[in-house]
Structures are given as C-alpha cells and as structure tokens.
Write a protein that binds this ligand. Structure first.
Ligand code: CMP
Length: 138
C-alpha cells in the first residue's frame, strides 16, 4: 500500500470540463487507477475530509468550495506514488506551480486549485479509505 496515493479532481476542474484531460495526464505519468468514483460531497463530509484544517482561516471557504459540485475521487498506484503525484500536480498555489503540472494547466487560484494529492503514505491510506471500501480498492 505504500505505493499508493489518493486524489480528488475538485469541483472547479469538474465543472470546467477538465476531468478527462486530467485523468489522461495521470495515466500518461504512469499511475494506475485502482479505485475511482464521481460523487458530490455534502458540507458535512467535506468538513470531515478536511478536518485537519479545521482551525485554519480558510476552512469555511474550503468546505463551501469542496461541496459546491461533483468531484472525482481515485486511488492511484505507482512506485513512489505520493511524492511523484505531488510533482505531477504542482504547488498548492497555481501561481507557484511549474509548467506542465496539472495545477499550472487547470487551477485558477490557491483556494480553487483543481486537484488534491495526499501528502504522506499514512494520509493516502486514510483518505482512500474515506471514499472506498476495501471491496472497491483493486
Ligand atoms: P489541498 O491540497 O486539497 O489541501 C488543502 C486545501 O486547502 C488546499 O489544497 C487548498 O485548496 C486549500 N487552501 C490551502 N491554503 C489555502 C488558503 N490560504 N486559502 C484558501 N484555501 C487554501
């Protein structure tokens, strides 16, 4: 499981029609999709997912945004998945993201940054289990 990471294509990228292009970039970078679903988070579920940020000033805005429309959640497999995926998506703030990264291409702001990627193996497992039962992880 240490070669797995978790991602969400966020409501901004979904409503802008970028889901297919982002999935193609993920596949082209060598990640295998081992779980995937499109869903719409309630405010409560979005708040639970980002509970670690509860004390941050942007928490309310983040919860509103993440529950605004559908997202695509997925578990991805590749050697060194967490680190390599964070390179592929680029910096949290798209203004600082390198050319060729998903956020450079598709994100519009720090708050609406198109895609999420787990920051550790431990969080990848927690976040994957938040969305997928063991029977849905292949
Ligand atoms: P993500 O990698 O999904 O993890 C937490 C999210 O909080 C982050 O992407 C951003 O979308 C959001 N975020 C982080 N910092 C800020 C900020 N200063 N203002 C608004 N949103 C933020």
């Amino acid at each position: 499981m240490t070669n797995r990471t978790f991602t969400m294509i966020k409501p901004d990228a979904t409503s802008n029609g970028h889901t297919g292009a982002i999935l193609a970039m993920i596949n082209a970078a060598g990640f295998r999709i081992v779980a995937m679903k499109m869903t719409h988070l309630s405010r409560e579920k979005a708040g639970d997912f980002y509970a670690v940020h509860r004390e941050r000033p942007f928490y309310g805005e983040l919860v509103e945004f993440m529950s605004r429309g559908p997202i695509t959640a997925a578990i991805l497999e590749k050697e060194n998945a967490v680190e390599d995926f964070r390179k592929l998506i680029g910096a949290t703030n798209p203004a600082n993201a390198e050319e060729g990264t998903i956020r450079k291409k598709f994100a519009t702001s720090l708050g609406e940054n198109a895609i999420h990627g787990s920051d550790s193996n431990e969080n990848a497992a927690i976040e994957g289990d938040f969305f997928f039962s063991k029977l849905e992880q292949f």
